[in-house]
Design a protein around this ligand. Sequence first.
Ligand SMILES: [Zn+2]
Length: 126
Amino acid sequence: MSEYLLPIEVLMEQFRKLPGVGRKTAARYALSVLDMSNEACEAFATALLDAKTKIRRCSVCNNLTDMEICSVCADENRIGVICVVEDAKALMSIERIRDYRGRYHVLDGVLSPVKGIGPDRIGLDK
Ligand SMILES: [Zn+2]
């Protein structure tokens, strides 16, 4: 028999799909949701769906954007140097430093022969 009621277990399983979230953290998140108002829960669910449906890849550099072209590619003051990064998270880390004024190419991860991830799976051809 489970420690939690089924709807809580189901919610915990959803949270466990997130990186770094184990069973204890998932339980804490699920129980926190129960303390939220219905309006707050709806806002949470809407934010999840909005992020998933409105965010896409920049057609130029593969960065995350809610437009056709991301803000970095749209910035005419950027110089022509291109920094190739592992993913959009790496780009955001570099942008937070506010020192790099070049452009980017965002890969879909890194090569991993052990996991069978070759150049064709990370967008290296672009
Ligand atoms: Zn871009």
